[in-house]
Design a protein around this ligand. Sequence first.
Ligand SMILES: [Zn+2]
Length: 126
Amino acid sequence: MKEIKIITTTDDVLIQCPNCKEWEEAGIDEPRKRFVHIPIIEWLEDKKDRNEKSINECSECKEKFKVEWDYTNDLEKLENKVFDFLDNLRDTAITNMLGATPYIEKEFNVTKETAKILLVSWIKKA
Ligand SMILES: [Zn+2]
């Protein structure tokens, strides 16, 4: 089962299906059962000192996936980390930077769509 992390902004929590383009956001203070397009169907057992994890099901593609509720996975901070990573990756010349999406997906546990958004903002910044 694929696993992703929530992405947080100042006001919202964003969940994106790793299997299709479906995504949903809810206010950071709202109850988590408010997710209706990508509902939580089960909470996994709590492990000490770890983030909570749930299993969510996408109403679009019907696939289930794990979600780690990492509230520190802030979009702006994530962007900064990804930008550093991409700067390094460019220096190694392992890949043409336009093909960097899978590297971002793997390194940061984000979906393809999120990785593309991050890559585009890095390219614009450069
Ligand atoms: Zn889906």
